[in-house]
Design a binder for this molecule. Structure first.
Ligand code: SAH
Ligand code: DHB
Ligand code: MG
Length: 222
């Protein structure tokens, strides 16, 4: 059995034990697949982790960078609650359209604010309106700009906010100094920032599962 087969079987096992069936998230995933969006949403177990972290810190204002079909957005909206707010930024209008429909079906239209545009264009606008400061920031867009997204996440949050960055290990490539991948390079620049930035305390955890070998950063704003 390949390692990937084992990781997927274990995700199946754990999901069966811990998650049960979830018609809302299954519908969001089906809609995303049917619309031809790439199959790169967080896994069900990862989505649950996002929800639980958000609930643990009682996050009411959440910022997400990278919406895709709204799967992780719905996980975060569940945690934010009916009086909470999730601002999620998506570059591809087609992705945002699919996400809006699934968010509406899930009953979170009043909680989620989908902002369509390049994140580096949209994030500065969030300084000017009353969206922030955010209690939780989930960074999951193009990895090439992760250092800038992390900087914006800090600027748009407060002491005690949590910032999570997805896909920071990329099959181990993050440790290759000569990697030709812009995504990997982007993560390395982000780690360079974390190494010297005194605004954050951070760790990174390697993960395996149905999405392969990757990892995430968990950072606490000082
Ligand atoms: N968070 C989602 C998955 C996001 S996939 C989930 O787990 O369900 C990454 C998304 O980031 C894609 O939809 C892609 O279109 C979007 N993206 C890529 N570059 C971007 C940019 N510069 N600004 C905003 N979104 C971007
Ligand atoms: C991939 C996975 C992700 O979680 C993501 O946000 C982007 C890309 C991937 O496996 O290619
Ligand atoms: Mg991701």
């Amino acid at each position: 059995m390949t390692e990937q087969t084992t990781w997927s079987r274990v995700d199946q096992y754990l999901g069966g034990k811990l998650l049960g069936s979830d018609a809302t998230l299954e519908a969001a995933l089906s809609a995303s697949t049917a619309a031809g969006l790439p199959p790169i949403a967080v896994s069900p177990l990862q989505g649950r982790l996002l929800e639980l972290i958000a609930r643990s810190i009682k996050a009411r204002k959440v910022l997400e960078i990278g919406t895709l079909g709204g799967y992780s957005t719905i996980c975060l909206a569940r945690a934010a609650g009916p009086d909470g707010r999730v601002v999620t930024v998506e570059y591809e209008p087609r992705h945002a359209e699919v996400a809006l429909a699934s968010i509406s079906t899930a009953g979170f239209s009043a909680v989620v604010d989908v902002r369509v545009g390049r994140a580096l264009d949209v994030l500065p606008t969030l300084l000017d309106d009353d969206s922030g400061p955010f209690d939780l920031v989930f960074i999951d867009a193009d990895k090439s700009s992760n250092a800038e997204y992390l900087d914006w996440g800090i600027r748009l949050s407060h002491a005690g906010s949590v910032i999570i960055v997805d896909n920071v290990v990329r099959g181990g490539a993050v440790a290759d100094p000569g990697s030709p991948s812009a995504d990997v390079r982007g993560n390395q620049v982000m780690f360079d920032l974390l190494q010297r930035d005194e605004r954050l305390d951070a760790t990174a955890i390697q993960t395996v599962g149905s999405k392969g070998y990757d990892g995430f950063v968990y950072a606490l704003v000082r």
